[in-house]
Design a protein around this ligand. Structure first.
Ligand code: ADP
Ligand code: MG
Length: 313
């Protein structure tokens, strides 16, 4: 059997199902459903590292900050990412351990609260563009800016805080993550893209109020631990051009060159498929063999090369 090390990035819909409120019970129920695909890979003998997004969950924390502001000090964005890594990591770890147990596989599933280094001089740090948290009214904007926040209009929707989404440059706990998978553990890491940190001149680390794209952090982690494959699980079973437009065309295989050509044509939007394609290309360009983009339903077949869009050099 061809045992591979696979980094699997779980999309938002793996934890909060669209159209649900996202109560804790719903999140557990939906996470439980999402674990079948992962159990399949582990039963086939693959070593799996899981990562996950945290957009809606971080959004909830930001609303809590506002609602509780007269009683408790707000949590910073980097602490919020760490919070969601812990809470979501707990849910995923418990659901996956239970699913493995019911499948007759006894395995430790462990969550690593992961710090990801970013460059304070990243162009995004100077010109942030990622919308986070609740919408505000025009008359609130001045007060919010007094907090040192950058507030921009999300056209047609209201005013929102924008933060930087810098490129991940290193994963602080990469060695520990590698040790854990070599030891046979299933690892959950770089949740929400990782807690962004910068390295100060004296070599110490400090949190940065930014967010890192989870697909890009997952790709970097995959390279750093020498993973064979990066599997990005999202809301579609394959990548298309002219998505939801006349001339729509779905791909079983794409090369990095084709991805870059389609990217330049604007086929992959910035807020959705764009970062996944970028992450895929980065992984392959840094020496990774293969990236698969598919949905939960096709994940097991995709790892066998029978579904999804496969991206290679
Ligand atoms: P996730 O939450 O899983 O990280 P997003 O929902 O942000 O991912 O982005 C994935 C979504 O992007 C798909 O479910 C699909 O609706 C959309 N999408 C946009 N462009 C394309 C494309 N060219 N091919 C396939 N899906 C696309
Ligand atoms: Mg999404």
């Amino acid at each position: 059997m061809n045992r591979k090390t696979i980094v699997v990035a779980l999309g938002g819909n793996a934890i909060i199902e669209e159209g649900t409120e996202g109560t804790v019970a719903e999140q557990f129920a939906n996470t439980r459903k999402s674990m079948d695909a992962i159990v399949g890979m582990i039963r086939e003998g693959h070593r799996v590292v899981l990562s996950h997004g945290n957009g809606p969950q971080a959004g909830v924390h930001l609303i809590r900050n506002e609602a509780a502001s007269s009683q408790v000090p707000p949590a910073t964005l980097n602490v919020i990412v760490a919070d969601t890594q812990g809470s979501m990591g707990y849910m995923i770890a418990q659901c996956l351990r239970n699913a493995l147990h019911l499948a007759g596989v006894e395995k430790d599933v462990v969550t690593v609260v992961t710090q990801v280094e970013v460059d304070p001089k990243d162009p995004q740090m100077l010109n942030p563009s990622k919308y986070v948290g609740p919408f505000y009214k025009a008359e609130q904007v001045d007060k919010l800016r007094e907090r040192g926040w950058v507030i921009k209009e999300d056209p047609g929707r209201g005013y929102r805080r924008v933060v930087a989404s810098p490129s991940p440059i290193d994963v602080v706990e990469k060695g520990t993550i590698k040790d854990l998978i070599d030891d046979g553990k299933v690892v959950i890491a770089v949740g929400g893209g990782g807690v962004p940190v910068e390295r100060l001149p004296d070599g110490t680390l400090a949190g940065v109020d930014a967010v890192i794209d989870k697909d890009r952090a997952s790709a970097l982690l995959a390279n750093l631990i020498g993973a064979d494959e990066l599997v990005i699980l999202t809301g579609v079973d394959r990548v298309a051009v002219n998505y939801k437009k006349p001339g729509e065309q779905w791909f079983d295989r794409l090369t990095v060159a084709e991805c870059q050509k389609f990217q330049a044509e604007g086929q992959f939007p910035k807020g959705s498929m764009g970062p996944k394609i970028e992450a895929a290309c980065d992984f392959v360009k840094r020496g990774g063999e293969k990236v698969i983009i598919t949905d939960l339903e096709h994940a097991t077949a995709a790892v066998d090369g029978k579904a999804g869009t496969i991206i290679t050099a």
